[in-house]
Design a binder for this molecule. Structure first.
Ligand code: 7TS
Length: 416
């Protein structure tokens, strides 16, 4: 047995479920929770909750300012978390890891600082038709301000990126290609390495929206060779309120600051200031300290289980879920076959609206999300306004997939 196989064999779902107190609750008397909405936000293990609780009980202080014991402990924990997060994504140095509030803020940071400093009239930005609004609207805002041209890699009917359309778009001499690593609706895992290499051959930079990939599959920024990469703590067993922007050091060094205030400066006079060094240059004001420390614990938790093992488990769950869902007459699941996707199944039923599906499933404790999932252009492309979406994480089981399927049969009975 290789070390990897040993880790896979060691993935003990019941033990993992025991780490998540919320998974034990009933949503109504006698009705246990079946949580299938981790794409929106994941649940949090005791290992994360206890680190945050401990921090507030023992070490709470503002960071980088005081010379007292609490301030030193808080600063040490905050910076140690940054080092472990940097190692988790394979960054060359923790200076390349900027704490933000979430993926959305990370992408806005790049658009507003790198974008404003480097893009002008007529410049081309390439995005894809499967983006979450948070990788569309920041570029639309900048495009309106700078008169940029936004172009989109098209999505095939199977829910894959059309790399031929991308090859054509690269002839437009784009300045940046910003794309999602994994779609939050189709579940498609895009060939990020190839997309990045192709962008680099025409001299374009790349930004990877890794909100759905970093929590679910191994991601190494140096192996990908991306220029920027954004993700959120709350989707990877960490708390809300903290996210990450990874950026290549030379790029971050050259970029103007984002927000101005304390912490991001080295020196201030009445009419001028001097930037602080990386990573603090982009971290104005008191940050989400407990949350950053919590994200450090989340990364430790995921690394201990092993991202390969998590990916493998989700592959098994999605393959099983697609097989079961496709058995149900009328169910249409969007996106490619299991081998090209992560644990996301967005679907429609001819007889019931997504919101009705979600409501009936909820009556049996099954939590799925309904709507456009912040990807309205993608839904328009497929000629629909909403889908019901079940999504899976390391703690989900085949038995929970069965409960989802039973619930969908119930919906069909009610709407027959
Ligand atoms: N990018 C992708 C691919 C996402 O799935 C999300 C959140 C974001 C960006 C934004 O993340 P945030 O933490 O800044 O909000 N996706 C979802 C979802 O699918 N349902 O709720 C949030």
């Amino acid at each position: 047995m290789t070390l990897n196989e040993q880790k896979l064999a060691a993935l003990d779902i019941q033990k993992i479920r025991g780490d998540f107190p919320i998974l034990n609750r009933e949503v109504r008397s006698g009705i246990p929770l079946v949580y299938l909405d981790s794409t929106a936000t994941s649940q949090k293990p005791l290992q994360v909750l206890s680190v945050m609780d401990d921090y507030y009980r023992r070490s709470n202080a503002n960071i980088h300012r005081g010379i007292h014991v609490l301030a030193e402990e808080a600063t040490g924990a905050y910076e140690s978390a940054r080092e472990r997060i940097a190692a988790f994504i394979g960054a060359a140095t923790p200076k390349e890891v900027i704490y933000t509030r979430n993926t959305t803020e990370s992408i806005n940071l790049v658009a507003q600082t790198w974008g404003r400093a480097n893009l002008e009239n007529g410049d081309v930005v390439i995005l894809t038709e499967m983006e979450h609004h948070s990788n569309l609207v920041p570029w639309q805002i900048l495009a309106a301000e700078r008169n940029l041209r936004l172009e989109f890699i098209s999505v095939t009917p199977d829910g894959l990126l059309d790399l031929e359309s991308y090859t054509e778009l690269l002839k437009l001499d784009p300045k940046i290609v910003a794309f999602t690593h994994m779609s939050n609706v189709l579940g498609t895992i895009n060939p990020a390495r190839e997309i990045i290499q192709m962008a680099h051959t025409v001299g374009a930079l790349t930004l990877v929206d890794a909100a759905q990939s970093v929590p679910h599959i191994p991601v190494d920024v140096q192996a990908l060779d991306c220029d920027f990469l954004a993700f959120s703590g709350h989707k990877m067993c960490g708390p809300t309120g903290v996210g990450i922007l990874y950026g290549r050091r030379e790029l971050l060094e050259a970029m103007p600051p984002f927000l101005g205030g304390g912490e991001m400066i080295k020196r201030v006079e009445l009419r001028s200031f001097q930037n602080n060094e990386l990573p603090h240059k982009f971290e104005a004001g008191t940050p989400a300290i407990a949350e950053a420390i919590g994200l450090g614990a989340a990364v430790d938790y995921l690394a201990e289980i092993g991202m390969d093992a998590i990916e493998q488990h989700e592959q098994e769950i999605i393959a099983y879920a697609l097989e079961r869902l496709e058995e149900i007459p009328g169910v249409k699941v969007f996106g490619p076959e299991a081998q090209y996707k992560g644990g996301v199944a967005a679907f429609t039923l001819p007889e019931a609206h997504a919101h009705d599906i979600s409501q009936i499933l909820d009556s049996d404790g099954v939590a799925v999300r309904a709507g456009h999932h912040c990807a309205m252009p993608l839904h328009n492309k497929f000629g629909i306004t909403a889908t019901a979406r079940a999504s899976f994480y390391l703690y989900n089981t085949e038995e929970e997939v069965n409960k989802l399927v039973d619930g969908i049969y119930k919906v069909k009975k009610i709407f027959a």
